[in-house]
Design a protein around this ligand. Structure first.
Ligand SMILES: *Cc1c(COP(=O)(O)O)cnc(C)c1O
Length: 437
């Protein structure tokens, strides 16, 4: 569009200066645009027909796509779909597999938002859930029914820091006709663990946490392994193998082993619509560039903090899988060779009042609900993330009145320890806490 002086003011306010000279930026540019121009009719027709190129940012955007490619590569997956939050990633992944009348087997130790999604929102759509302790493999096996369309668990549980035996659970799904294992890998990131390499079918993350790292934006990602086997598990997923409801060939016919990933990308994510902002995608992409450095440092710091806390007289227990005292330490050594992450809980002998004292006394460490940040953070799970659970459920999850959750950052270790040291001043060194509310 030329914007010569003889066009009107209103025309020029939207068109003047819009033609930019081609340039080759080093950083991924932020394509903050709702859509993309077509050069001719054939190009627009091709886009609508086959999805070639970029048309509208809800279905594809170059900034978003760059981050998707990077995450697919880091996870060892086939394709990734970036969405607006971790909750959106879990929702999209599960809605790509299950519908009304279907069933999902889920770890009892999962993020509270996911638990609510399953118990309330997906239940209202007719998708049922059975919660099991996924470290009990027989319990997983016996929870599976002919309607089960997915197994779902987190790589490291909050709060007990249990390690998911990805290969064993994936194998149970495979035995039962190719039920895919969906893994929320937020706590471990692809730097520590790549579940697809151990047989999981789909990995999801809250990119708001370690992937972005700076704690500035929300995001989520779904990574599919590209190993959909229509012959083995097509009977479970008629929406992938039968004629497209909108007409035409099935996803399996069009995309082969990529059918499930294509369905996530072309059907579920753009229609339910949790599209990420290209600006947020850019910030997540920037964060990922330092992921290995941060997670390595955070894991080292967390191990040092956990080791230090375990020796303290105020402390009843530390649930950090990096410690030899943790019941899953050996499993952790097998799956988490580069470190054990930086999120764990510590239970103080002095109960609720001791926990209150610490979260209110820290100075360097921030009291907030978030994790995976470059800053160290603390939260009291009993009164926040786990407040809706029964006492028995909380105890099974390792949440007691004196439990605090730490997410250790990249600060200098001496400064983190000094802050905890001063926050523990005045905390009772009482004998074992009896569990009362
Ligand atoms: C934070 C979190 C989520 C939800 O992610 P949001 O980005 O906050 O929507 C899901 N799973 C786990 C394990 C999380 O920590």
């Amino acid at each position: 569009m030329t914007t010569s002086d003889d066009t009107g003011f209103s025309t020029r306010q939207v068109h003047a200066g819009s033609a930019t000279a081609p340039a080759t930026p080093r950083a991924t540019p932020i394509y903050l645009t709702a859509g993309f121009t077509f050069s001719d009719l054939d190009e627009s027709a091709a886009h609508f027909g086959t999805g070639a190129g970029f048309g509208y940012s809800r279905t594809g955007n170059p900034t978003v796509h760059a981050v998707e490619e990077r995450l697919a590569s880091l996870e060892g997956g086939d394709q990734a779909v970036l969405v607006s939050s971790g909750q959106a990633a879990v929702t999209v992944a599960l809605l790509a597999l299950a519908g009304a009348g279907d069933h999902i087997v889920v770890s009892e130790h999962i993020y509270e938002g996911t638990r609510g999604l399953l118990l309330d929102n997906l239940a209202r759509l007719g998708i049922d859930t059975t919660f099991v302790d996924v470290s009990d493999h027989d319990a997983v096996r016996s929870a599976i029914t002919p309607r089960t369309k997915a197994l779902f668990a987190e790589t490291l549980s909050n709060a007990r820091n249990d390690v998911l035996d990805v290969a064993a659970i994936a194998a149970i799904g495979a035995e039962r006709g190719g039920i895919p294992l969906v893994v929320d890998s937020t706590f471990t990131t692809p730097y520590l663990l790549r579940p697809l390499e151990h047989g999981a079918a789909i990995v999801v993350h809250s990119a708001s946490k370690f992937l972005a790292g700076q704690g500035a934006v929300l995001g989520g990602v779904i990574v599919d392994d590209g190993r959909f086997d229509a012959a083995a598990s097509g009977h479970l997923f008629p929406h992938l193998v039968q004629t497209d409801r909108l007409g035409g060939a099935s996803f399996a016919e069009k995309h082969g082993r990529r059918a499930r990933g294509a369905y996530i990308r072309e059907s579920v994510a753009p229609r339910f619509g949790p599209s990420p902002s290209p600006l947020n995608a850019f910030l997540i992409g920037q964060g990922i560039e330092t992921l290995s450095l941060r997670v390595e440092r955070q894991s080292q710091n967390a191990l040092a903090v956990a080791t230090w806390l375990e020796q303290r007289p105020e402390v009843e227990r530390v649930d950090y899988v990096g410690l030899p005292s943790h019941p899953h330490h050996d499993l952790g050594e097998r799956y988490l060779r580069r470190g054990s992450g930086s999120v764990f809980t510590v239970t103080l002998r002095g109960g609720l009042e001791a926990a209150r004292h610490v979260v209110q006394s820290v100075r360097l460490i921030t009291h907030m609900t978030h994790l995976g940040d470059v800053r160290s953070l603390v939260l009291h799970p009993q009164s926040t993330s786990h407040a809706a659970r029964s006492v028995a459920e909380r105890e099974r999850a390792g949440v007691f009145p004196g439990t605090i959750r730490l997410s250790i950052g990249i600060e200098d270790i001496d400064d983190i320890l000094a802050d905890l040291d001063q926050a523990l001043v005045g905390v009772p060194v009482a004998e074992r806490e009896t569990v009362v509310l």
